[in-house]
Design a protein around this ligand. Structure first.
Ligand code: SAM
Length: 311
């Protein structure tokens, strides 16, 4: 996109006085023409990117909030309600595939829209904070767990993770759960008395905060980080790796988790992971481990154990 929707809006009538707080902009989001900006992001790789620009802040002095629409409808709604509560101008920028059209229709019922830019398969619009839409934003967490809007599988235990949990036998020593999410697998890992420590590595801060509550175990340490950069020396790596960064599947991320596992395992350590059956991880597993076996699976998932990590 040559000019972003925000850039076009600034050229066509959006005026900002004071500080603009931007919620969850993706890496590379176009800030051209902006002078006084703070940014918040709970996803570690994005947070690191914006931190390097010096713009991370809590928006305490904001006069306007820009919400970049997330994929999760519940998170989008919660974020917009929070932006309205903060007061001032509210700007919403989103793709059609992320539901911006229905958000626009709902906001139009409760506020006067001051401007709209429709381009690049999405829409940006702005209005003055006032009444919030009467959306139900209650997260329906699985029984016995705390989850939050927008985290992976927020309303139900993931079927792949549940299958992997049935293969966690005889776990002991120092373990890490790469991409621990809200902690379903981590709690299952900690059910094994032989586990002496568990590092829960997760990029999404909101999910990790839930994992801490859901495990509530002194052996567990929450690590907000990019798993691909994680270091350590473990007896066991357990993982249900992420399989997409956007709406599209991205096996590279899962391959990165496999390479990381090989790098952080002790020589006699093992990786135990679940993957969607169609994901092509075999070549990476064979490149990074001396022994790879499929333990079992279903039509949808495969459970893989890999040992003899190659350095
Ligand atoms: C398929 S989910 C598994 C979640 C959890 N283990 C479970 O079983 O419910 C993968 C998790 O990896 C996290 N993730 C994505 N990219 C990551 C990265 N670069 N570093 C660490 N975690 C990441 C996602 O936020 C998500 O929670």
């Amino acid at each position: 996109m040559k000019y972003s929707r925000l850039h076009t809006a600034l050229a066509e009538g959006l005026t900002l006085h004071g500080s603009l707080h931007i919620v969850r902009p993706p890496v590379g989001y176009d800030l051209a023409g902006l002078h006084d900006v703070t940014i918040e992001s709970t996803f570690y790789p994005d947070h690191q990117y914006w931190n390097a620009t010096g713009l991370i802040g809590d928006g305490a002095k904001r006069t306007a909030t820009l919400v970049v629409l997330p994929r999760s409808k519940m998170l989008a709604r919660q974020t917009i309600i929070a932006a309205i509560a903060a007061g001032g101008t509210v700007i919403i920028d989103g793709q059609k595939t992320d539901g911006v059209e229905s958000v626009y229709k709902d906001i139009r019922k409760i506020a006067a829209i001051h401007g709209v830019i429709a381009k690049g398969h999405g829409r940006l619009f702005w209005f003055e904070a006032g009444k919030a839409p009467a959306w139900d934003v209650t997260v329906k967490s699985p029984d016995g767990y705390q989850t939050a809007a927008g985290v992976f599988s927020e309303a139900k235990i993931d079927a792949g993770s549940a299958l992997l949990a049935t293969h966690l036998v005889d776990l002991k020593g120092d373990v890490t759960d790469l991409g621990a999410g809200w902690g379903y697998l981590s709690r299952e890992i900690l059910a094994h008395d032989g586990v002496t420590s568990l590092d829960m590595v997760e990029a999404e801060k909101t999910a990790l905060e839930c994992a801490v509550v859901n495990t509530n175990d002194a052996r567990a340490t929450a690590i907000w980080a990019d798993a691909l950069d994680h270091r350590g020396a473990y007896d066991m790596v357990v993982s249900n790796p992420p399989f997409h960064t956007t709406r599209d599947g991205n096996p590279d991320l899962g391959r990165g988790f496999i390479a990381t596992a090989a790098r952080i395992l002790k020589p006699r350590g093992q990786l135990l992971m679940v993957a969607n059956r169609h994901l092509p991880y075999e070549a990476e597993l064979d490149a990074k481990f001396g022994f790879v076996e499929e333990l079992s699976g279903s039509g949808a998932f495969k459970i893989i154990r890999a040992s003899r990590p190659k350095r």
